[in-house]
Ligand binder design. Structure first.
Ligand code: HEC
Length: 104
């Protein structure tokens, strides 16, 4: 990762934390897997901060493991941020999405 990407990543993390984006609505539930993708994953993965993850047939198990544990520059998300059901949903969505369709 070059330093420009690192700066973008740090800015994205800071904004996510400050805006509380990485959390569900007041009922504690995400409305849909698409909402999780748009509000959390898309924040980096649709903005050239993280690599494109849609349209690559990535395995749902692999996606879930990266989200829970983090991987190098990818931050880990806890159950309190994205619960297991929401994570399973977004992993399936990403896994099966064609490259550009996850944006809608
Ligand atoms: C704060 C920015 C950020 C957010 C938010 C984020 N990611 Fe990432 N993600 C990254 C970066 C950066 C990498 C590349 C890590 C590396 O290789 O150093 C990455 C890597 C990944 C990978 C591995 C991709 C590959 O090519 O093998 C997967 C899968 C992934 N992210 C899924 C997700 C999912 C699903 C979400 C939403 C729940 C999410 N990420 C949210 C920044 C983010």
């Amino acid at each position: 990762m070059n330093s420009l990407n690192l700066i973008r990543l740090l800015a994205a993390v800071a904004t996510l934390v400050a805006a509380g984006h990485a959390s569900a609505d007041s009922t504690g539930k995400w409305q849909s897997s698409q909402e999780v993708y748009n509000k959390v994953c898309g924040y980096c993965h649709e903005a050239n901060v993280g690599p494109v993850i849609t349209g690559r047939n990535l395995m749902p198990e692999y996606i879930s493991a990266i989200v829970r544990n983090g991987n190098r520059a990818m931050p880990a998300f806890r159950e309190s941020e994205i619960n297991d059901a929401a994570l399973a949903g977004v992993a399936k969505l990403v896994s099966t999405s064609p490259a550009a369709a996850a944006k809608k």
